[in-house]
Design a protein around this ligand. Structure first.
Ligand SMILES: [Zn+2]
Length: 460
């Protein structure tokens, strides 16, 4: 029996193992893994790694915000993902004022289908305190298995109070929905902001650094601790997004060891960047929320991932350009939060394994493919197993790259914090459903070819 495509002589990493094998694909699925396989088309992966396509469960593409739309939209963003070896993204539906969750889902679905070149799922955001239980309970039927809440952003009207968090976690226990939470203590942040603002010279003195002065680590981990407590009390399914402090990560790990269902996500920026960035005159370009941390905190975060305290990596991609970022006008209250990154998930997370030794190569694949597939309810993804979708990446561990906007970084943003970084190891071929969608820095995909992924619920 012949195969459509065979990836030959690579070193495969999947399922906690590293092994030499050919990977054969037929009808968009992985059809065989073994020695000396041949097909109509063959790709050599000699001296290269063959891994399941990465899954970035945390992206904001074409997000509409007052500062304008993010510069990476569904087309440019998924093109960047494809070039970076990401074959699945999960984005967020964010309802406008008064819009029903179902209408918001449909809007996001329409923005993605017909435009995304890779498979996509959708998380549903619930903003503020007006919770419509019936609409939330209707989400699983649409293929949405997760609800996102914010414990902060009271000023935008997005903050969910403790009562709402409790209510949603209770619904989550009954339905199997997972509740994803942006954990920051809004009260404490406002208090610290008032302190900063009481100095009339704060703009000149601190500039963008005021962002981190008003958001020290405790503003995150206090909220993480509270969310974990509510998850324990309700029996709900919790997911902490973009953990930026080691204490958050260690609390999530300890809670799960006590039988509480909580997952901890983090992002490469919290291991590789630090708050020195905000001291630069152009520091506002790199503002994210939560902020990147002081180098001592970053070091403990590195220790936390070494200790196994991070379940999966996403990027929280939310890309703006300089012109949009400049609209802050020197006022840290008005900064546009967000960084590009979906295109760099694989090479940065590989760098954290191979060069920085935070984790093994086997765990690298777990963090960016296998665990995201399990946690986000995508059984057809995340491993090189017969019968799974043929989403496969050939990764060249020897390829040397110095990151440069407009050259090898595929984001449309002109202000990446990774500009100039030197990396060894780069994705050289991305395959989605058996089709080559990127090869040697060339995009070969088709916008609209990505399928919407209905995701499984947590088992109750
Ligand atoms: Zn986000």
């Amino acid at each position: 029996m012949s195969y459509d495509l065979v990836i030959r002589e690579g070193t495969c990493i999947s399922g906690g193992a590293i092994f030499a094998a050919d990977v054969a694909i037929r009808n968009g699925k992985i059809a065989a893994i073994g020695e000396d396989l041949h097909g109509e088309k063959e790709l050599s992966a000699k001296d290269k790694l063959v891994i399941p396509g990465a899954i970035d469960g945390h992206v904001h593409l074409g997000l509409h915000l007052p500062v304008g739309d993010t510069v990476d939209n569904m087309e440019s963003g998924t093109r960047a993902a494809a070039l970076g070896g990401v074959t699945t993204i999960i984005d967020f539906a964010t309802p406008n004022d008064g819009q029903s969750l179902e209408d918001s889902f449909k809007e996001r679905y329409n923005e993605a289908s017909g435009h995304s070149c890779i498979d996509f799922g959708i998380h549903m955001s619930v903003l503020g305190n007006a919770v419509n239980e019936e609409q939330i309970r209707a989400m699983p039927a649409l293929g949405v298995s997760s609800i996102k809440l914010y414990m902060n952003y009271k000023d935008r009207g997005w903050m969910a109070g403790d009562d709402v968090l409790w209510q949603l976690l209770t619904i989550s226990k009954e339905t199997g929905l997972r509740i994803e939470v942006h954990c920051e203590n809004d009260f404490l942040i406002s208090l610290l902001q008032k302190e900063v603002d009481s100095d009339p010279a704060h703009k000149e003195k601190y500039g963008a650094y005021a962002h981190i002065m008003s958001r020290p680590p405790i503003t995150e981990w206090e909220a993480v601790q509270r969310a974990i407590t509510w998850a324990e009390a309700t029996g709900g399914h919790l997911y902490v997004v973009h953990m930026s402090t080691a204490r958050s990560a260690m609390m999530v790990k300890a809670a799960r060891e006590c039988g509480i269902d909580v997952i901890g996500e983090s992002c490469p920026q919290y291991f590789l960047l630090n708050d020195e960035l905000y001291k630069r005159p152009d520091g506002y370009l790199y503002a994210s929320c939560p902020p990147v941390r002081h180098k001592d905190e970053v070091r403990t975060m590195q220790e936390a991932i070494k200790a196994g305290a991070v379940d999966l990596l996403g990027t929280d991609t939310c890309a703006f350009n300089r012109q949009q970022k400049e609209s802050w006008g020197g006022d840290y209250h008005k900064m546009a939060f967000g960084l590009p990154g979906v295109d760099l998930l694989l090479p940065l997370s590989y760098h954290m394994a191979a060069d920085l030794k935070f984790y093994s190569l086997e765990r690298w694949v777990d963090l960016i493919a296998t665990n995201p597939a399990k946690i986000h309810g995508l059984p057809q993804k995340g491993a090189l197993n017969i019968g799974k979708d043929a989403d496969v990446v050939i990764f060249d561990p020897h390829k040397e790259i110095t990151l440069k906007s407009g050259e090898n970084m595929a984001t449309m943003s002109d202000c990446s914090p990774y500009e100039g970084m030197h990396l060894s190891g780069w994705p050289v071929c991305t395959i989605s459903h058996g089709q080559i969608i990127a090869q040697d820095g060339k995009f070969l995909g088709k916008f609209g070819a990505g399928h919407f992924l209905r995701r499984n619920l947590c088992s109750k």
